[in-house]
Design a protein around this ligand. Sequence first.
Ligand code: ADP
Ligand code: MG
Length: 766
Amino acid sequence: PVDRSPEIQEARLKLPILAEEQVIMEAIQENPVVVLCGETGSGKTTQVPQFLYEAGYGSENDIIGITEPRRVAAVTMSQRVALEMNLPQNVVSYQIRYEGNVSPETKIKFMTDGVLLKEIQKDFLLKRYRVIIIDEAHERSVYTDILIGLLSRIVPLRTKKGLPLKLIIMSATLRIEDFTENKKLFPITPPVIKVDARQFPVTVHFNKRTPLDDYVGECFRKICKIHRMLPSGGILVFLTGQAEVHSLCRRLRKMFPYRSKQEPKVAAEKDEAVQETEALKAFKKSKPKKNMNLPKINLDNYSALPVDEGDEDREAGVDDEEGEGSDFDLDLGDAGSDEDEESDSSLPLFVLPLYSLLAPEKQAKVFRPPPSGTRLCVVATNVAETSLTIPGIKYVVDCGKVKKRFYDKVTGVSSFRVDWTSQASADQRAGRAGRTEPGHCYRLYSSAVFSDFEQFSQPEITRRPVEDLVLQMKDLNIEKVVNFPFPTPPSTDTLIAAEELLIALGALVEPLKTGRLTVMQKAKLSCPITPLGRTMASFPVAPRYAKMLALGKQHDCLQYVITIVAAMTVRELFEELDRPALNDEENVVLKGKKGRVLQMQKIWAGQGPAQKLGDLMVMLGAVGACEYSGLTPTFCERNGLRFKAMMEIRRLRGQLTTAVNSLCPDVSMFFNSKMQPPSESQVNYLRQIVMSGLGDHIARRIRPEELLDDAWRNAYKTPLLEDPVFIHPNSSLFRQLPDFVVFQEILETTKMYMKGVSSIEPEWIP
Ligand code: ADP
Ligand code: MG
């Protein structure tokens, strides 16, 4: 029996899903698979696990598992459910990529979908679970899709074994045909239960004109108007990324200041300044060892996984939530005259940011009532669209945009683009205004623009490369990935491209060539996983980087390889400083900082041969310096590093070290976050190791004498692209322009720029 507090009990009773408890539980008892649809806020995530628990699931040795596509949701929801049930967090727990509080007592386990995928690799039948809930299935994240495909096979297998497993798929929208009407997935159509949410009417107001690009400014003006003119009620604003969220928060706080106690922090800052110079000296002083020139790495000397052994804390793939980081194309500029308007402290606005990577304790603030006499204003990315329900929202301001990463299928070139969202998403956003009383949604675009939106967003799996998924599937011994029951299959070309890359990396066995094949024949060839592939699949990073790790134990390079891989996986170590400033004051600050950061990057790029490692040496240097300084927010802020990214790199380094150690105990690496700069020969090994994972990402400089077209001045040629690609002016190799380079990826902004560039020697190229 669950012992809930009276307040919790009262709040629960107001949730529409409570009226459906019996219907839901009966459907679950009678069917192996059930689909549950209900508006955001109807109580799916917080209540269904409780229904199951009270019905006796999770009683003996088995647990209730719930997957979330976002880490935020896994953490907050486990906390909320523990609180509602009056149970400790070792019983209602969470597990995300880096952390968790799961214990032997755990009965309800929230996790990211990547975590469950990893568990399937260890125990295909998921025998620990009696029930699995796939939450937020409408988001159609790649891992959600794969999990549903796998579970569609696991459920009947478990029935055969006499250990039935229940699968519940929960969605905030009714668009579920990809699951229910897909006979390959579920031959028997699962029942669909709809929960009617008590949704109050929301009046939608379209703009007459659609602002050309300054939608942040337009948001600002709209919020000012709402706050000045409309009755009380919280405001929820949808923007596209962290940088925008912060800049709008700043402007709003300046305009409608809310004063609470302020802590002095001057003393602390001084301390860190002292620490930092010492740290820098220490890093620079530690001289690299001298060694012979241009040694060669042995490409066959990799570590391979002993059969039947896995790694504990692996989460497949890389998340790039909300395209965090690169804000190249965002115009934060300001179009109106509002900056001159008087700030007004008689109308305090309690402004809170909300986005995936925000620290959990800061996220939790949005659930608490604002200080009395203030109005709540949450400035969010699309996390607030469906994963989290913020109480008391009466006004929604929707910029109508979303930031997405786009990939070119053929070349792999990617770009972050802010694009119009879908009609379904815009309606979800509007719905947030009608949870507690009738509300209003202000769309900062015209109704004509809205009618041009696509109806639904494309599932993620159709929009990105899939080599990581294919490798994970091969590791599950799914040989013919084309036959996998995807809810929405990726294109055959994408699948072939993934297999070809994995063959090139040595992760899959190359099939015997038998003349020219059609695309379909090619896709049906069977290429099983190699021992190296198994090792690679055991690392929680993309296959290219996993290959580098597998080669990394040679010549004492492992700690550097781990750091480089961690840095490349986390992405965007540096704050974006090439953005237009908000005002003159910020302009000065930005300029000063940029100068300083450039100087630091020069130091981190090293001297002599170390420079050949290019941007990767800068990464090593930045991580090194950061660790020597004790990794403080102040150090990061002053040097243009993203504190969050640096923290993640530290965690990932620890995790990768554990993974490598369990794989080859003979190496037995001790994780020390502080490291000496690599020696000259190590630099050369590192360049080759990096190339082993990025063998198809090689570019050759166009020499002046080859120049026919000015567009190719200082440009590089890559095998796949017709167009010139460039080294970014911020890169440490921009002044050198080596003849041959290897790059992490190409990001298209104003030009096609290579990111993560390192120089290589032509004789290394096969
Ligand atoms: P759904 O999953 O259907 O979108 P939820 O179960 O997430 O719905 O939310 C149900 C209710 O619980 C909402 O009204 C929401 O405001 C409330 N709620 C959820 N999380 C929290 C929290 N951390 N603090 C306070 N209330 C919460
Ligand atoms: Mg939910």
